[in-house]
Ligand binder design. Structure first.
Ligand code: MF3
Ligand code: CO
Ligand code: CO
Length: 291
């Protein structure tokens, strides 16, 4: 079913042959999806227990960095200084910052303020002021394993409108994650998120998505955060991906900076928020790896 040989070791890490372990139940669980033309994940998207342990160690570093940033992300700090802190803490822990030299990305994390949707580039010219909301996105590579997460920080006195956007976006992420279930299509996640955004009159960004993560920075599956009735990839135990909705106070439409090729902003100038976790599909639901 996963292009895995009957005599190969089972994906679950039990050490037994596939035919002696999950082959039958995989066939039963996936039958409907195979027959109806849904994409089935390739074997390489299923992490072994050892690999999952590796990503968990990497995630410990990412989480510790985000927790520590709480003390520093205040009025008056520049995003360049935040970047330095992320670099120092990652190095200290023996890790590597995945964004640095990812394509031509020049910094170690992404810092996206107010109307910046994502991929904001840290700069000494961007100094946080009271009322700002900022997303900081950290991706750590530790021993070759990638963990990807981001959080929002509210600076000083934030408007009610901004606070609500930040909170509703977090709810979008968490409720989206609750839709992670083996042998369900991954499009379930976006359906849940889009409903919450609609109720609040917000736009769900369509141009950027969650992604497989763990062994690489960006990998299949695509995790869209918007509603779809198309046939999306089936979730199976051992798959790992991010859920990282970007929610705009206005419409979903975005621009990419012509100047730096990275910074994504809302087309209508409205505020945007984002939260991100790395999530594992388990045999009975999900586990948030970046907690
Ligand atoms: N961390 C981002 C994500 O969630 C990706 C950033 S790519 C970079 O997928 F090059 F801008 F760092
Ligand atoms: Co991501
Ligand atoms: Co990220």
């Amino acid at each position: 079913m996963f292009k895995i040989g009957r005599n190969d070791k089972c994906w679950c890490g039990c050490g037994k042959k596939y035919k002696a372990c999950h082959e039958r139940s995989d066939e039963e669980n996936l039958k409907f999806y195979v027959e109806n033309g849904y994409p089935i994940p390739d074997r390489h998207l299923i992490l072994t227990p050892e690999q999952i342990e590796g990503v968990k160690k990497s995630a410990k570093v990412s989480v510790a960095i985000m927790d520590e940033l709480d003390k520093f992300v205040k009025e008056g700090i520049s995003t360049e200084d935040i970047d330095k802190l992320v670099y120092e803490m990652t190095s200290e822990a023996g890790g590597i910052c995945a964004p640095y030299k990812y394509g031509d990305f020049p910094k170690h994390c992404c810092t996206s303020i107010n109307n910046v949707v994502c991929h904001g580039i840290p700069s000494k010219n961007d100094v946080l002021k009271s009322g700002d909301i900022i997303n900081i996105d950290v991706t750590t590579i530790l021993d070759g394993y990638y963990s990807d997460m981001s959080r929002m920080y509210m600076i000083g006195d934030v408007s009610e409108e901004a606070r609500k956007l930040v909170e509703v976006t977090k709810e979008c992420m968490l409720k989206g994650i609750e839709a992670v279930k083996p042998y369900r299509p991954i499009g379930d996640i976006g359906n849940v998120i889009n409903d919450i955004a609609d109720k609040n009159g917000y736009g769900v960004v369509r141009a950027l998505c969650g992604h497989g993560v763990g062994l690489k920075f960006h990998e299949d599956p695509i995790v869209n955060h918007f509603r779809t009735d198309s046939k999306t990839m089936v979730m199976v135990p051992g798959m790992m991906f991010t859920v990282e909705p970007m929610i705009n106070a206005g419409t979903w439409d975005c621009n990419v900076s012509k100047k730096d090729g990275w910074t994504v902003t809302t087309k209508d100038g409205s505020l945007s928020a984002q939260w991100e976790h790395t999530v594992l599909v388990t045999e009975d639901g999900y586990e948030i790896i970046t907690l």
